[in-house]
Structure formats: structure tokens, C-alpha cells
Ligand binder design. Structure first.
Ligand code: GLN
Length: 479
């Protein structure tokens, strides 16, 4: 027997299993039914291993019967195909890694596993997480479950589409410049980018190491709190993870916004953004005021430099990180090369897609002697100014409210011919990564076509408790 899991959340699944009203196996079978029914249309998954998922679920059911405990015992989690899960493929949606199987679990995955989570499958993404629509996948284009003519956002588009389409209960994404928050906003689910250092990056295939963070994509804020609490905390395998205590994020979800001062950054409500998006976000702000928050105007004056700063730093780091994919150590190797140098070149030429090549070339350029000072070094200085902007406003208020994106989801193919336009869509998300702060995307309505809009709640570094509380209060008042 299977169970209908289309709208099921993590906390609902857990209480059903705790009350013995269903088993993990029934949940997994229900999930596999959904995947079979809708994934042909949505293309959220790159791989689903049905037998393995059912075996993991059976093991979780046995553990529960034996009285074992686990914060996520028997709960299925879908994982973006850039995070290592032992024994499963990890392609990063790139042909250069086709056939690659992970020999180990990422720390975030290991922590979920040790609490009993079940890993059902691998979700699609923009190749190496480079993109905003999932159209840069080397394998297929994921569609937005709200309307399949539209993109799901990216780069964690497969994870968001799986959750929004009812084919995942919750999923993991990664956010280097918005890749958790943007697809969550475009698909109408919740996405959390933790502060830099909150979750270990060990086992996350690096795109831009100083910006990357793992984050949950879920159906509600409570689930985001559950998953963050399980994954967060210092890890000796990642020297950039931070050794500070992990709060009880669930305990902070009080449902009100009393004594909260929330800032509206002037630079995030600008001419040129979709007026319908602005209207919907402003209505959400009004609701937060009605819930007891004080709303104040603030300014982040260096916002206009954020996209250029981000695309210099991210590509510079990517050009170095992706040097390891050379046909020797991982995945695919071209046949018939005459010598090793010829093999490296031909493998990379055939294995990487056009956007990845563009970024490696850009990144190599901004790091090259003669241009380093003008581009990379200047970008690092501007990054500091952007971080200071946030430090200053967080002296005046607890958190910020803003749109996630200036628009709703694009039509499939609408922006692929114009990478610069695509990059500009990241204006409201890349700032959090540059500053290392945390950000949450919460659904706040739909436009006339029924396409979702996301409210972004930005908090200070390690202020996840605050943004989860705000998101939860808003969500409880809106549903
Ligand atoms: N759209 C941004 C980029 O292409 C962000 C991607 C991400 O967060 N992984 O780099």
C-alpha cells in the first residue's frame, strides 16, 4: 500500500509515522507513484533508484519498530546532483561527470542520514550550479510545475520543481548567488540560504568556495527549520564551517513579529522591476506590519555593484575549482587523444557545456596578470563595502524584507540567448552570498498568470533563528 504524499511535509510525515498511521515504506511508495505520474512532464529528477529507496525505507521502519529514534527517521529527501551521497551518481548535470559515483557522503547528507533520512534520488540543476533557470543542465530542462511553459528557476531547479510538483517531500539545494532562494520563489516553495559557515560544505562539489552554501527547499518554514537544525554546525572536514552552537530553530517559531524591526532596503524596490511583483511584495510587507513588526526604510548603497562583483568573484573561483575535471581523476575521458595535454583539452571541450566554458574563460581572464588588479582585486574591495552595508543596516533593524527576484519565472528559452540579462536577474540574491549573511524565500502570492512570487527575508550572519521566525509568522498568517 502507498500513501498520498503530494502535499505532505516533513513534520507531517514524521507525526504520521510516530503515530504508526503509516510507514516509511508507504511514504516512499507514494512518492514513487507521484514521480512516475508527473516527472515525465516536469523532469525534476536525473536519477531515481526505486529499489534502493524502498530498501532504505524498510530499514527505517525496522529501526522504528526496534525503538530507535531519529529526527528524520524514514523521511525521504531529494538531493541536488552536486552533493555527494555515497553510492549514488554525482554528475553536477555535466557530461564531464557522467558515470561518476560518489564514494562518500557530504557532511550535510551524513547528518541527515544519521537521523534516519532516506535518499530517493538526484535532482537536476544548471551544470555545476551555474545558472538561474536549470536550462544549462547538460542533460535536460526542468519545467516549472505551476506552468510547464516556464522555467523553475535555478540552479537548484530540479529540487524546487520536485518539491512544488509533489514529487519530493523536501529537498537539498545549494546557493552560491541565489540558487536555493530563486527556484523556491519561482516554484512557490520555501528556500533557505544559511549564513556562510553554518553548514559544512564538505562533499559539495565546489563552484565558488567563498560563496557556496547548502540549503533546504521545503513546503513550509517549519521543515526548513527542521532540516537546518539537522545539518548545521561545525565540521572538522570544512575549515570554513564555524564553531558556534546550533540553536533550536523550531523553538524560535513563535508565530508573531512583536518587537521586530524590519528594514526595507530602498535599492531592492527599483524602477525596472515587474510592478506586479513589487505590489505583491509590498502587500506581504504590510502583512508583517499587521503582525506587529515595525517597518523602517534603510539603504544598502553598494547594491548596484553586486552583480558585477559577484560575476567576477564567482567565475574566478570557478575557473580554479573546475581545473580538477581533466579526464584523469573523475568521470568522463575522451578517447583517441594523442597525449595527455591533447586529452585534457579534448575532454574539457567535449565535457563542459557552453555556460561553464564561458565562466572558466571569464574567471581565468579576471585572474590573469595585468587584469587581476583591475577586476579581481577591485571586486574583493567592493565585496567588503557590500558586507559593510549589511553590517550597518543590521545595527538599525533585525532583518530585511525584499523581493527574491525582480520578476516572476521566465518562459523557457526567453533569456538563454542573452546571458547578461540572465545575470541581472540575480541582483537581489547575490548580495547575501557576497556578505555571508542568511536569506529565506517564502511564497507571498501569485501574479495574474498564477506564477509565484517570493518574499525574501535577509538576516545577519548566523541570524537564521530570526529569519525563520519572520518567515513562519508571515506564512502562518497567510495560510
Ligand atoms: N545564478 C547565479 C549564477 O549563475 C547563482 C547560481 C547559484 O547560486 N549556484 O552563478
Amino acid at each position: 500500500m502507498s500513501f498520498n504524499v503530494r502535499n505532505m511535509t516533513v513534520h507531517e510525515a514524521l507525526s504520521l509515522m510516530e503515530r504508526r498511521e503509516c510507514t516509511s515504506e508507504q511514504i516512499i511508495r507514494g512518492l514513487l507513484d507521484e514521480i512516475r505520474a508527473v516527472d515525465g512532464r516536469i523532469d525534476a529528477y536525473l536519477m531515481v533508484n526505486e529499489d534502493d529507496a524502498i530498501n532504505q525505507a524498510k530499514a527505517a521502519d525496522r529501526a522504528r519498530a526496534e525503538g530507535k529514534k531519529g529526527k528524520l527517521l524514514g523521511v525521504p529527501i531529494a538531493v541536488k546532483d552536486i552533493l555527494n551521497v555515497r553510492g549514488q551518481q554525482c554528475t553536477c548535470a555535466s557530461r564531464i561527470l557522467s558515470g561518476y559515483v560518489s564514494p562518500y557522503d557530504a557532511t550535510a547528507v551524513a547528518r541527515l542520514r544519521s537521523e534516519g533520512a532516506v535518499f530517493v534520488g538526484r535532482t537536476n540543476l544548471d551544470e555545476f550550479a551555474m545558472g538561474s533557470t536549470t536550462e544549462n543542465s547538460g542533460f535536460k530542462v526542468t519545467k516549472n510545475p505551476r506552468n510547464t511553459d516556464y522555467v523553475p528557476g535555478g540552479s537548484s531547479g530540479g529540487s524546487a520543481a520536485a518539491v512544488a510538483g509533489g514529487e519530493a517531500i523536501a529537498a537539498l539545494g545549494t546557493d552560491t548567488g541565489g540558487s536555493v532562494r530563486l527556484p523556491a520563489a519561482f516554484c512557490g516553495c520555501v528556500g533557505l540560504k544559511p549564513s556562510y559557515g553554518r553548514i559544512s560544505r564538505y562533499g559539495l562539489t565546489a563552484y565558488a568556495s567563498s560563496l557556496d552554501q547548502i540549503g533546504p527547499i521545503t513546503k513550509d518554514v517549519t521543515d526548513a527549520a527542521v532540516l537546518l537544525g539537522t545539518m548545521a554546525g561545525w565540521d572538522e572536514m570544512d575549515s570554513t564551517s564555524v564553531k558556534i552552537p546550533v540553536p533550536d530553530y523550531m523553538a524560535g517559531l513563535s508565530g508573531d513579529l512583536k518587537n521586530m524591526k524590519l528594514g526595507l532596503p530602498r535599492e531592492y524596490f527599483v524602477k525596472g522591476m515587474d510592478p506586479e511583483v513589487e505590489k505583491i511584495v509590498r502587500a506581504a510587507v504590510a502583512k508583517c506590519r499587521a503582525l506587529g513588526a515595525e517597518i523602517v526604510d534603510v539603504s544598502l548603497p553598494h547594491t548596484e555593484y553586486a552583480v558585477s562583483t559577484y560575476y567576477i568573484i564567482a567565475t574566478a573561483e570557478a575557473s580554479a575549482n573546475l581545473a580538477r575535471f581533466d579526464g584523469v581523476r573523475y568521470g568522463f575521458r575522451i578517447k583517441g587523444a594523442s597525449d595527455p595535454i591533447d586529452m585534457y583539452g579534448k575532454t574539457r571541450a567535449a565535457g563542459f557545456g557552453p555556460e561553464v566554458k564561458r565562466r572558466i574563460i571569464l574567471g581565468t581572464y579576471v585572474l590573469s596578470s595585468g587584469y587581476y588588479d583591475a577586476y579581481y582585486l577591485s571586486a574583493q574591495k567592493v565585496r567588503t563595502l557590500i558586507r559593510r552595508d549589511f553590517e550597518n543596516v543590521f545595527k538599525q533593524c533585525d532583518a530585511l524584507l525584499a523581493p527574491v527576484s525582480p520578476t516572476v519565472a521566465y518562459r523557457i528559452g526567453e533569456k538563454t540567448g542573452d546571458p547578461l540579462q540572465m545575470y541581472l536577474g540575480d541582483i537581489f540574491t547575490v548580495t547575501a552570498n557576497l556578505a555571508g549573511i542568511c536569506g529565506l524565500s517564502v511564497p507571498c502570492g501569485v501574479n495574474k498568470e498564477g506564477l509565484p512570487v517570493g518574499l525574501q527575508v535577509l538576516g545577519p550572519a548566523f541570524g537564521e533563528e530570526k529569519i525563520l521566525r519572520i518567515g513562519h509568522a508571515y506564512e502562518s498568517a497567510s495560510t
